[in-house]
Write a protein that binds this ligand. Sequence first.
Ligand SMILES: [Fe+2]
Ligand SMILES: [Fe+2]
Length: 283
Amino acid sequence: MQPVEQEYVKNVDKLVPRPDIALEVLQLAYDGGCDFQELGAKIERDPSLTANMLQLANSAYFGHMRKISSVHEILVRLGLETVKMIVITSASIGLLKDPQEAYNLDAGMLWQHSYATAVLSSIIGRYARVKNSAALYTAALLHDVGKVVLNRPLQAALLNREEQEVADSTLVMEQRLLGTDHARVGMFLLEKWGLPAAITVPVGFHHEFHKALIHKLPTLVVHLANLLVEGMGFVAENGPRPAVEDFVDERIYTAVPGFHRNMEDIIDEFYEKIHGLDSGGMG
Ligand SMILES: [Fe+2]
Ligand SMILES: [Fe+2]
């Protein structure tokens, strides 16, 4: 770990509590051959994780006709791949729901942006035939977790700065004031939590197209999905849809297999899945 990032991540346990049970559950799920009884018992040790999971399992995205009322039912009826996504989503709500003042993000906004990026990444990833879809989804969901770590230091630095900043990009501002940026800090945090490179690398390079190209498809997909979600001004309701070509460089979207050809279908499916999204009730 590099010194600057280490410094910011050092006391992070107080600020961003490590989602222990969620990580344990993911470990069990990634190991394969896990037993649903054991998995369910682990999840139920965390009441807010359990509540979030039930709410998500019954949401429009995962929603099934019959209401799901227990963790065991989630496991049996939705299958392991879906359960992984629900666990990591539920754990992330706790990490990402707070306001991040230094970034002008009100309560719930970072979570909505992250969730939208995860949903879109998983759709793009399916067309691009990304193999590890759970890792891609997790990386997309946590891609901006570094903002939670840097919010306070950045706020302090913004207060103390002498001259008025010109309208720089977030990344340039972070680099100048803190000597690092949220992508790098996010990667270090997730490494510290023991998550695999399939998750940490796309997080670390989600703002760098050229590095994303080197680091292969999942990183490129998260990079593209983040730009698209930002460009669409992410609205949950159906509204006028801006043309993708207006805000994403052609080099980026043509580098992702299957994207350009299926762009209309991908964006349609995204709006359908994200429609009616509401983080309000989720603790
Ligand atoms: Fe970012
Ligand atoms: Fe982002």
